[in-house]
Write a protein that binds this ligand. Structure first.
Ligand SMILES: Nc1ncnc2c1ncn2[C@@H]1O[C@H](COP(=O)(O)OP(=O)(O)OP(=O)(O)O)[C@@H](O)[C@H]1O
Ligand SMILES: [Mg+2]
Length: 463
């Protein structure tokens, strides 16, 4: 409501001293499902308008397509009280959103209006929802590491400032908890959290229980639950990104956490199908796959010497199927993926990060060689144990038959413990690396391994 009043005010200010122009308006001719059709008003795709409803209820909508002289509109909020022939009045300005340091600690909806009870938002400026596109050649490369406060990630999947990662997991495996821990423990200057299309109850839980006062004080949360219109959910994802861009442009190191990219894609699917785009891959129309990089490419590093946006996007892998089209598309456009495993979660191993299936593509560029090689060593030893796991558990593995496996058996308990982290335990980057160096010794020469394997050390760990 406030945004509409401000728009009107801007229009009036602009109109002062100008020749009065006739006010254009169109008519609503059809409404099917979520799509509205309007005639008699020239508008372009992406334009905004207001549809006058009965009484006080008018609805803001956006042009999402057209056919001959008909324009297709998608409402921003729930539609009530619209009748055939209702007036459609175009809004002249592009959508603007409030930004400013006052946003810290606030919870906003997709239109940038506060959802919390902390009063109106005193924004410093109102900026267009779509930020400037930075020429990829002008962006600073990813060269420095970012502390996310999670031991397994800091040590084995080190994240770079300006990197974009996917957090792939089925439902209930611990995505939200992990994002919450990052918010509380990261050393980023500010965290922007986008809760897109999740259940409404979860939004409250995430803010009150997972983030807590400590996490919220250093974040801005944008929430658009599943019952918001699809357009509002898309806007919320864009607003999350826009706020992150605002802080990046101020030179801040921003951590952006979006839960979830899949729900963003689904919102775009709803819109595309409603205006008649044919579905292609598993019910997703092609425009969905065009929208994903448009959102994700806006994060990352700014110009050299400026701030950065390091981003995590959660991706739902339905039924833990890694081949979901959105998961596939996300894997292609992101610079790394962290996979959460249901098996680990069921074992009570949290965070349930599957270190074998996860990768941070920028890790070699942001770590010291000894750290990187030790992380590789950790993964090799860990994998060796996993390969022999079934044999070992049924007692079919004969000690001494493979020195690497013996070595893995000897160290696996410590390695597992190293990977686990309590909800309220912070693991800073330097400490995580130190612990990594301590938990898995460097590769030993083959004879030393052989002589040690059947001996006392292996027996102790097996016993
Ligand atoms: N680090 C942890 N320590 C202990 N328990 C955890 C941890 N992470 C997750 N859990 C358990 O897993 C449950 C689900 O976690 P969470 O809500 O983070 O999953 P999710 O992947 O976000 O689920 P959804 O797909 O429903 O959004 C939690 O309620 C909690 O019981
Ligand atoms: Mg969740």
């Amino acid at each position: 409501m406030t945004s509409r009043l401000l728009d009107r005010l801007e229009q009036l200010q602009a109109a002062i001293g100008q020749e009065p122009e006739p006010e254009l308006s169109g008519r609503l001719t059809r409404m099917v499902g979520l799509t509205l059709e309007c005639v008699g008003c020239p508008m372009v795709v992406g334009d905004r308008c207001v549809i006058e409803g009965q009484g006080a209820g008018s609805v803001e909508a956006e042009v999402v397509g057209f056919e001959e002289d008909k324009v297709y509109l998608m409402p921003l909020a729930a539609i009530e009280g619209l009748k055939p022939g209702a007036r459609v009045i175009p809004l002249s300005s592009a959508s603007r959103v409030p930004v400013g340091p006052q946003m810290l600690g606030r919870v906003l909806n997709g239109a940038g209006e506060p959802l919390d009870a902390k009063g109106p938002l005193q924004a410093e400026a109102r900026v267009p929802l779509s930020g400037d596109i930075i020429n990829p050649l002008h962006r600073a490369p990813v060269r420095e590491s970012m502390d996310v406060g999670i031991r397994a990630i800091n040590s084995l999947l080190t994240v770079g400032q300006g990197q974009r990662l996917g957090l792939f997991a089925g439902s209930g495996v611990g995505k939200s908890m992990l994002l919450g821990m990052m918010t509380r423990f990261t050393d980023a200057d500010i965290t922007i959290v986008g809760l897109i299309g999740e259940r409404g109850r979860e939004v409250k839980e995430f803010i009150e229980d997972i983030l807590g006062d400590e996490g919220l004080a250093r974040s801005v949360v944008v929430a658009s639950p599943a019952d918001d219109s699809p357009l509002m959910r898309l806007r919320a994802a864009m607003l999350t990104t826009r706020i992150a861009e605002y802080y990046r442009d101020q030179g801040k190191r921003v951590l952006l956490l979006m839960d979830s990219l899949t729900r963003y894609a689904q919102a775009q699917r709803e819109i595309a199908l409603a205006v008649g785009e044919p579905p292609a891959t598993k019910g997703y129309p092609p425009s969905v796959f065009a929208k994903l990089p448009q959102l994700v490419e806006r994060t990352g590093n700014g110009r050299p010497g400026g701030g950065s946006i390091t981003a995590f996007y959660t991706v739902l892998t339905e039924g833990d199927d890694q081949q979901d089209p959105i998961a596939d598309a996300a894997r292609a456009i992101l610079d790394g993926h962290i996979v959460l495993s249901r098996r680990l979660a069921e074992e009570g191993h949290y965070p349930a990060i599957d270190v074998e299936a996860s990768i941070s593509r920028v890790m070699p560029q942001v770590t010291q060689p000894d750290h990187f090689s030790r992380a590789q060593r950790f993964k090799q030893v860990y994998s060796r144990y996993q390969q022999a796991r079934d044999l070992i558990s049924v007692g079919a593995y004969v000690k001494g038959s493979d020195p690497e496996t013996d070595f893995a058996i000897q160290h696996i308990a410590n390695m597992r413990q190293f990977l686990q982290q309590e909800l309220n335990e912070s693991a800073p980057l330097a400490e995580s690396i130190e612990q990594l160096l301590a938990v898995v010794p460097e590769r030993r020469s083959p004879d030393r391994v052989r002589s040690a394997a059947p001996g006392a050390a292996a027996d102790r760990s097996n016993g």
